[in-house]
Design a protein around this ligand. Structure first.
Ligand SMILES: *Cc1c(COP(=O)(O)O)cnc(C)c1O
Length: 425
């Protein structure tokens, strides 16, 4: 036994062995891991040559909206400047009274939470399931009060959240279900629906690291005409360009009036033209990510204390590993430390702290020194045990990519298997 562990130890790059991987893997941060080619260059050049860079004069953004709506099989799509903006449009469409509550999880990008505060509503945190890190409907149910207006479900890493249960729960309490699909293009839910189509509102991101990108950008989808119109108006200073008055119609311009508090969150024609080309590649991108993920999942099957994501419907934005530190010999931090010298970067916890432990909430840093609308709300450690267990060592995320080759995946598998052998000997 002693000899074997010593041999395992010598295999590890951390202790002088040969790294499993010596060249960089394809990355979403540059062309190596992005499917951008002449088609995007041609599209964006066409927009530049037209001189129509803004969606109010060009047709690319309207084109993106109808392409994306058709792709998802929904009635309305509203383009905007980021995924965070998309969530802001969704919350603004819900139009909560100041101080009303919106339920979400603490294991997500801050873009899920910040729009709630921006609309003067209160983020209320429910816990996640340990199997995937998605919102647990039972925990969400416990958090509903007379002030709750909406629930935001994130399909974390592209793993389908329990949106059928959540939609039913929302229905019982007259709440709106918002799906955060920033990581979930083509994620399929348990009932076979595409992510973003079960809730009343679905929010997508086109930021650099997502399945498809326009650098930044976002889109809200809905089958509810009133919610969609409110979202559209909110992104455009609540300027009703869709309702020309008889006085201005003939001049081809619309009355400059502002129906409610809105901002300018419009997506540019440059972004939209790129997004339209990216959309034509989305099915292949997700299929390739799924194929690569299936290969790694297969190779890691049977390693004690390491679980991969449930495969059904998952779109693999990242590749999460769920650890039982007792059985796996170390937690996510221990694994990350030994994987790094192998040439494989793993991020323990995905984020460093739950959203409810960030200073914006714990220090009530919102509007001036008022703390509004959360001055009376306590945030901080202890709110959601599963969220904290995952962030605290039971979750390790690996970058994932459509451009990984089988050999790339095999290097990742080798590194994890090596580290696991040493830690569990
Ligand atoms: C990326 C992301 C966002 C925010 O999108 P941006 O385009 O970066 O503003 C929101 N929610 C989740 C789950 C994300 O992954």
């Amino acid at each position: 036994m002693q000899i074997t562990q010593e041999q395992d130890r010598q295999e590890l790059a951390a202790y002088g062995g040969t790294p499993a991987r010596t060249t960089p893997l394809p990355s979403v941060g540059d062309l190596s891991g992005r499917r951008i080619d002449e088609a995007e260059i041609e599209a964006v050049t066409r927009v530049l040559r037209s001189g129509k860079l803004n969606s109010t004069v060009g047709s690319e953004t309207a084109g993106w909206e109808s392409d994306f709506a058709a792709f998802l099989g929904v009635e309305h799509a509203v383009a905007c400047s980021s995924g965070t903006a998309a969530l802001h449009l969704a919350v603004a469409a819900v139009n909560p009274e100041p101080g009303e509550e919106i339920i979400l999880t603490g294991l997500s990008d801050a873009g899920t939470m910040l729009p709630i505060l921006a609309q003067n509503a209160v983020p209320v945190f429910a816990d996640v399931d340990l199997r995937a890190g998605n919102l647990d409907p039972a925990s969400a149910a416990e958090k509903i009060t007379g002030k709750t207006r909406a629930i935001i479900a994130v399909h974390l890493f592209g793993i389908p959240a329990a949106v059928d249960e959540l939609r039913a729960l929302a229905g019982q309490h007259h709440l709106i279900l918002i799906e955060d699909c920033a990581q979930a293009y083509l994620t399929q839910t348990a009932s076979g629906a595409l992510a973003g189509t079960t809730g009343q509102l679905g929010c997508f991101s086109l930021q650099q690291s997502k399945h498809i990108t326009a650098g930044d950008g976002g889109t809200v989808v809905s089958n509810d005409v009133a919610l969609a119109r409110r979202a559209r108006l909110f992104a455009d200073k609540a300027w009703p360009r869709d309702a020309p008055t008889s006085a201005t119609q003939h001049a081809g311009s619309f009355e400059r009036t502002h129906l409610f508090l809105g901002l300018n969150y419009r997506m540019t024609e440059l972004q939209s033209s790129i997004a339209r080309v990216q959309l034509t590649k989305l099915e292949t991108i997700v299929a390739d990510r799924r194929r690569n993920a299936a290969r790694l999942t297969h190779k890691l099957t049977g390693l004690a204390g390491l679980q991969c994501a449930p495969e059904d419907g998952t779109a693999y934005w990242l590749f999460p590993l769920y650890l039982d530190p007792e059985l796996a010999g170390a937690d996510a931090f221990g694994y990350a430390e030994l994987l790094r010298p192998e040439g494989i970067a793993g991020v323990p916890g995905y984020i460093q702290r739950p959203l409810y432990c960030t200073p914006v909430l714990t220090g009530h840093h919102t509007y001036g020194t008022s703390g509004y609308p959360i001055a009376d709300h306590e945030y901080g450690e202890g709110l959601c045990p599963n969220t904290e267990a995952l962030i605290g060592g039971r979750l390790l995320t690996l970058q994932w990519n459509e451009n990984y080759t089988d050999a790339d995946v095999d290097d990742i598998a080798e590194a994890i298997t090596k580290v696991h052998a040493y830690l569990t000997r």
